[in-house]
Design a protein around this ligand. Structure first.
Ligand SMILES: NC(=O)c1ccc[n+]([C@@H]2O[C@H](COP(=O)([O-])OP(=O)(O)OC[C@H]3O[C@@H](n4cnc5c(N)ncnc54)[C@H](O)[C@@H]3O)[C@@H](O)[C@H]2O)c1
Length: 524
């Protein structure tokens, strides 16, 4: 393989161009012709379509529209997938980093060729608005390209101290079978990223995607196989949480890469700690979990910058990004002004179908999410003051009006729990130190934001905040692979950051070799 060019992020589409917009609309009509997608269980080269039990994924904006019908993996499928992944491990792990990178880069090329189609599928299956769906596909391509390079690098090992008469070597080798269990909110990027990380490091993967987005997951597996990942190295097990739980229990699984909610993540960590008969590894769980992300706004903040950034961080994709802004902690000197401006900007948000290019806030993913968000919105009303609600909300689909609440009672669940929907709380703080105390008091530590002009304030907050990703004077979502390695601390996760230089270390074990070369000399 000739040397790869340095990693660069996949450029996003220029959606302001009419030609690009019409290409997207054409891509959506073309995708619509193919619906519903049949998503099979894919175990090695075997493909089993739904013969009885099936999971339907529907358009959140039009719940009667069936987007994909997925077979449901049985216990027998889980066994077969694990057997395939175990049998295929040696061959895949013995390939060089370059060979594995070639397959991942081939998968990236497959996605690049079908970018518009993949974007349109996300618009339908997960109601991701066009810019967000496009960014998600770009991120998936980025993960493939970035981890391909990181895998080559890791394969070389690390330099360590050498002394006369001794040769020392530090290598990293794949751990074995990885179970990837993914969420729906970045339906291609996150499942693809975890899978690509494990594969790049030489592991085989069994992917259990979210039940809400099996169609997107099918495309990931097709991309990887088209790129040259052998079928035994990547299997697809669609299903609900019980399929994920069955994978976690299997003794052959050495690593579990999970992204999702905190309760499920903690349950996986607990289950993975139980030794099963025949188990030869201590299972490693990479868990990227939820957050309750706060933005501190100091008295000297530039509100022209802060207001749009807060509103988009809170409401883009209906607040369903793990990085979304959930709480604003604003200096009391400018609180009234900020509340008025955020409220005004929220009232005029365009709530609509993800497929409409003008939509700013799409529906939430499913009925249970709509119910959950409505419960928190009602609590906000009874425990605080609702200062804004976007009232123009379509009737069909799982829409929730973007809502801003202020002056909530301390201890309100609206302040303490992850809502994962378009509800933003604004609180008054005495000063930045007070804001930092509130942030430090939370068990979550995923993303956070600060709007302030004084560099000393920026330094102070950087030292005080425990969050995994702190954004200063900008929105708090939209981490880019290679530029903003992403992941939370505390109860928000155990990871070493997706899209960062340490991510692949999750999927390897280090091996050191020391050879006495004194008597026989160094054989090269
Ligand atoms: N930190 C991050 O990088 C990040 C990124 C995206 C989403 N998230 C979080 O993900 C959540 C939203 O995603 P979701 O609704 O898909 O999460 P979820 O926890 O409900 O589901 C995630 C996956 O786990 C599976 N699952 C459910 N129960 C299981 C069990 N007992 N054992 C094994 N697997 C099981 C599901 O089927 C799905 O595939 C939010 O909390 C969000 O903050 C975090």
């Amino acid at each position: 393989m000739s040397a790869l060019p340095p990693f660069a992020n996949e450029p996003i589409l220029e959606l302001r161009r009419p030609a690009v917009r019409s290409q997207l609309i054409d891509a959506l009509s073309a995708v619509d012709q193919t619906l519903p997608l049949e998503v099979p269980v894919m175990v090695g080269s075997d493909v089993r379509t739904a013969d009885g039990a099936a999971i339907d994924s529907t358009d959140p904006g039009d719940p009667d529209l069936l987007v994909a019908r997925a077979a449901v993996a049985s216990e027998r499928d889980v066994d077969a997938a694990i057997a395939q992944a175990s049998a295929g491990f040696r061959e895949w792990s013995e390939r060089s980093g370059e060979e594995r990178a070639t397959a991942l880069i081939g998968a990236a090329a497959w996605m690049r060729e079908r970018r518009l189609e993949l974007t349109a599928l996300e618009v339908r299956e997960c109601a991701k608005p066009w810019p967000e769906a496009d960014a998600d596909v770009c991120e998936a391509i980025d993960f493939l390209e970035y981890y391909a390079r990181a895998g080559i690098e890791l394969d070389r090992g690390r330099p360590i101290l050498q002394v006369p008469g001794e040769r020392n070597e530090l290598r990293y080798v794949a751990r074995g079978v990885t179970a990837v269990i993914s969420p729906w909110n970045f339906p291609i990027a996150i499942a693809c990223g975890m899978t690509a990380g494990a594969l790049a490091a030489g592991n085989t993967v069994v992917l259990k995607p979210a039940e809400q987005s099996p169609g997107c997951a099918l495309r990931i597996v097709q991309a990887l196989r088209a790129g040259g990942v052998p079928p035994a190295a990547i299997s697809l097990l669609p299903g609900e949480g019980d399929v994920g739980a069955a994978l976690v229990r299997r003794p052959e699984v050495s690593t579990i890469a999970f992204t999702g909610s905190q309760p499920v993540g903690l349950e996986i960590i607990r289950a993975a700690a139980e030794m099963a008969p025949g188990q030869k590894h201590i299972k490693r769980v990479v868990a990227e979990l939820g957050g309750k992300n706060c933005v501190i706004v100091d008295a000297d903040a530039d509100l022209d910058e802060a207001v749009p950034a807060i509103v988009s961080s809170a409401f883009i994709y209906a607040g369903q990004k793990c990085s979304a802004a959930a709480r604003v902690l604003v200096h009391e000197a400018i609180a009234d002004q900020l509340i008025e401006r955020v409220a005004g900007a929220t009232r005029v948000l365009v709530v609509g179908q993800a497929s409409d290019l003008g939509t700013e806030v799409p529906p939430v993913i499913e009925r249970s999410a709509q119910d959950r968000v409505s419960r928190y919105a009602a609590l906000a009303e009874s425990q605080g003051t609702v200062v804004a609600r976007a009232e123009l909300v379509p009737e069909r689909g799982w829409f929730c009006p973007p809502t801003v609440a202020a002056d909530l009672e301390p201890g309100s669940p609206v302040l303490d729990e992850e809502i994962f929907g378009p509800v933003l709380a604004i609180e008054r703080i005495r000063d930045v130190e007070h804001g930092c105390e509130i942030v430090d008091g939370l068990p979550f530590a995923l993303t956070g934001g600060l709007f302030a002009r004084d560099p000393a304030t920026v330094r102070y907050v950087r030292e005080r905040t425990p969050v995994g990703n702190l954004y200063v004077n900008r929105g708090i979502t939209g981490a880019m692979v290679g530029r903003q390695p992403f992941g939370g601390n505390r109860l928000s996760g155990t990871g070493t950051k997706a899209g960062g230089p340490d991510y692949l270390l999750h999927f390897v074990e280090p091996r050191a070799l020391t050879e006495n070369t004194m008597r026989h000399g160094l054989v090269v």
